[in-house]
Design a protein around this ligand. Structure first.
Ligand code: DX5
Ligand code: ZN
Length: 221
């Protein structure tokens, strides 16, 4: 798949679920191609969001939308097939939730979609070094996963640099996604520090004019 980088990936966690379709259509009108879906199970993270049923409906809103599924759940292997059938184009699993991470990534890739690995703010990046050749994207968490609307953890800038260096040294091809607390104030510097895909939830969907906000954020990157 070919993408024009950088990419803005609005997270629908912050959308109004009673007007979800219209919220997403407004984001698409502003130029969004990726839709970030945050799946939370109340075990791996202390919050419950939504499941494959919603993802399927979301994926049917636009044929062109790229469905980026972020699994913040235990035992993600059990649910990969379901999210693929729901229309996922990329599935990210958490390093911290996968005792057999290599197997989990192979399972995702066996469906012919892209695979990602997400790392919590307190996880050393060296833990994922052995699988960096096997992933299409690394999700660098810039908040502790579980909730939208949290503040960006400043330490993320150093971690981004570390990840950029690891990618360069190993000549890897993965994309770098930064997820959590990205807003109008910091999006340009997060991009400047090396992010290819920038997730933005509250800053997109809590805006009065979603289309305009997508355009504003996109202009900054
Ligand atoms: C956090 C989620 C993020 C979050 C982004 O657990 O993975 O995707 O919803 O939302 P904001 O931009 O509000 O931090
Ligand atoms: Zn996310």
């Amino acid at each position: 798949m070919n993408f024009n980088l950088p990419i803005l990936a609005p997270s629908i966690l912050a959308a109004n679920f009673l007007t979800l379709q219209s919220d997403i259509e407004q984001a698409i009108k502003g130029g969004t191609q990726w839709i970030h879906c945050d799946i939370m199970d109340g075990h791996f993270v202390p919050n419950i969001s939504y499941g494959p049923g919603i993802v399927k409906q979301v994926s049917m809103i636009s044929e062109d939308a790229f469905i980026d599924v972020h699994l913040m759940i235990e035992n993600p292997d059990f649910y990969v097939d379901e999210f693929v059938h729901a229309g996922a184009d990329l599935i990210s699993v958490h390093y911290e939730a996968c005792p057999h991470l290599h197997r989990s990534l192979q399972k995702i890739k066996s469906h012919g979609i892209m695979s990602g690995v997400a790392v919590n703010p307190a996880t050393s990046l060296y833990n994922i070094e052995p699988i960096l050749a096997d992933v299409d994207m690394v999700v660098l968490m810039s908040v502790n996963p579980g909730f939208g609307g949290q503040s960006f953890i400043e330490q993320t800038y150093q971690r981004l640099q570390e990840l950029v260096d690891l990618r360069e040294t190993g000549e890897y091809g993965f994309l770098i996604q930064v997820d959590g607390g990205v807003n109008l104030k910091n999006i340009a510097s997060v991009k400047g520090a090396g992010a290819d895909v920038l997730v933005a939830g509250s800053s997109v969907f809590k805006a009065e004019d979603i289309t305009a906000r997508v355009q504003e954020l996109s202009a900054l990157i």
